[in-house]
Design a protein around this ligand. Structure first.
Ligand code: CA
Length: 471
């Protein structure tokens, strides 16, 4: 009976959505943001706009991603785990970028195609990092009507170069926009909101390259943090300037009168680079970007839809693969979502405060390493931490398996493999089953001693580099 009531409510809501203008959707993705680096989570870094989203939205305290950039972005776009796309082996690296296969597999349907087919204007801003060696990998061939930003990762915020090759464009056109990339991205989003046609809904994917390295911020942006050591000062300014950009986006939506008809989702593509020598913080979580510990994969998630989704905190689980089926369902455009995706429609949980349909998360599995989370339990095989000590400086043994109750022990300090034998056996079996489902991973190529990068990234005439042919 209860199920029937919820279904009816959702049906009625869908009817209302169809009767009105369909809601706009904006997904804002930070790059390498530490999960503790937001002021509403107690950081010294001032993030009033993200705090405002948290106050007015549903904060997902159990929102997971993959431990690095390309895998999470691929999962967001397709609703599939990286291990079902070949990206479980990691990011597209500079010297691999011109390999003909290195991009989001062309047979995969994207969330942008879904919204585009439903009549939405679809726009991508900022960092792509899902392939540029073939025209089929480009954002404008993956469902986006508009693109403004860069195709690779790790660009210089001012020169817009990645490893010496220029990387900044509007759609296919290379442009020489001067300025700090965070400002350029935010300004362009605001411009597109102002220009938007109220009769045509939009789907915006706003992927800031901040606060990924290199550590760069305008001098004046560093002033509020002038008493901090250099790297912390710059990093703090990078996060704050991204936050200012998000504030400008919220203001633009308000001024256009469409804030209440816009679903906003904020998250980061992976945890912060949080080691002793780096300025970001994952709070009390163990580990760093690239690792399977919570610090690598548990990131802030906030969904804000004024008047529709209640402001609250939730410990229900969601993974970035769920955005595709959830956002399409929330907005009533669910049309051709593929059946074989890993993502689950979590809209009932977001709307109604019900339990999440997601009970299990696979942070990643690759060869000897892997992790699975089932309810409150997490098993990691070969964690191999770069951070030799726990977040509080404590020694942690390097067992082959680490089993933790992450509800009671969110810092993953106590290995329960020996004490909880039944639970260990249960999760190990699940991990092995999920491992068996993976597709062949992209082959990693060692960085050659010398290699040449194209003058312009994404140049359709760029040739495969000589050294690639022999590998
Ligand atoms: Ca990243």
């Amino acid at each position: 009976m209860r199920k029937l009531v919820i279904t009816s409510l959702l049906f009625c809501l869908s009817c209302t959505l169809f009767a009105q203008q369909k809601p706009n959707v904006i997904v804002i993705l930070a790059d390498d943001l530490g999960s503790g680096d937001l002021s509403f989570r107690g950081s010294h870094i001032q993030t009033p706009a993200i705090d405002r989203m948290a106050e007015n939205g549903l904060v997902l305290d159990n929102f997971y991603v993959h431990p690095v950039c390309t895998p999470t972005r691929a999962a967001l776009m397709t609703g599939k785990y990286a291990m079902h796309l070949g990206f479980q082996s990691g990011v597209i690296r500079t010297w691999e970028a011109l390999l003909p296969d290195r991009g989001l597999p062309v047979g995969e349907r994207t969330i942008a195609e879904e919204f585009n087919d439903a009549g939405y204007n679809t726009l991508a801003f900022g960092k792509w990092h899902l392939g540029e060696s073939q025209k089929e990998f480009m954002p404008w061939n993956r469902g986006f009507d508009y693109f403004y930003g860069h195709l690779t990762g790790h660009i210089d915020y001012f020169t817009k170069e990645h490893a010496g090759g220029y990387d900044w464009r509007r759609n296919k056109e290379i442009i020489r926009d001067n300025g700090y990339s965070t400002y350029l991205i935010a300004d362009d989003v605001v411009d597109q909101i102002e220009k938007s046609d109220k009769k045509k809904p939009f789907f915006m994917y706003v992927a800031f390259n901040a606060p990924h390295t290199p550590l760069q911020a305008p001098e004046e942006a560093q002033l509020p943090y002038k008493d901090l050591p250099e790297s912390k000062r710059i990093y703090s300014a990078m996060v704050s300037e991204m936050d200012k950009g998000i504030g400008e986006i919220l203001t633009a939506l308000e001024e256009k009168g469409i804030l209440e008809n816009t679903v906003l989702f904020f998250t980061s593509d992976n945890g912060g680079v949080a080691t002793k020598s780096t300025p970001s913080s994952n709070g009390t979580l163990r580990g760093t970007k690239g690792e399977l510990f919570q610090g690598g994969v548990l990131v802030p998630g906030i969904v804000m839809w004024k008047g529709k989704i209640k402001a609250a905190h939730s410990r229900e689980m969601m993974h970035v693969v769920d955005l595709y089926p959830t956002l399409t369902s929330l907005t009533g455009v669910k049309t051709k979502v593929p059946q074989d995706i890993d993502g689950l429609d979590c809209s009932a949980f977001l709307f109604e405060g019900e339990k999440s349909v997601r009970k299990e998360v696979v942070p990643n599995i690759l060869r000897a390493r892997g992790a699975v989370i089932v309810g409150d339990w997490k098993l990691i095989r070969n964690p191999k931490s770069k951070t030799q000590k726990g977040p509080l400086g404590e020694e942690i043994d390097g067992d082959e398996y680490l089993l933790c109750n992450i509800k009671k022990d969110p810092s993953e300090k106590v290995n329960l493999v020996k004490k909880e034998k039944k639970k260990f056996k249960e999760l190990k079996k699940i991990l092995e089953e999920r491992e068996a489902s993976q597709v062949k991973a992209f082959k990693r190529l060692k960085q050659p001693d010398q290699y040449q990068v194209p003058e312009i990234w994404g140049d359709e005439n760029a040739k495969m580099l000589e050294y690639h042919k022999g590998q």
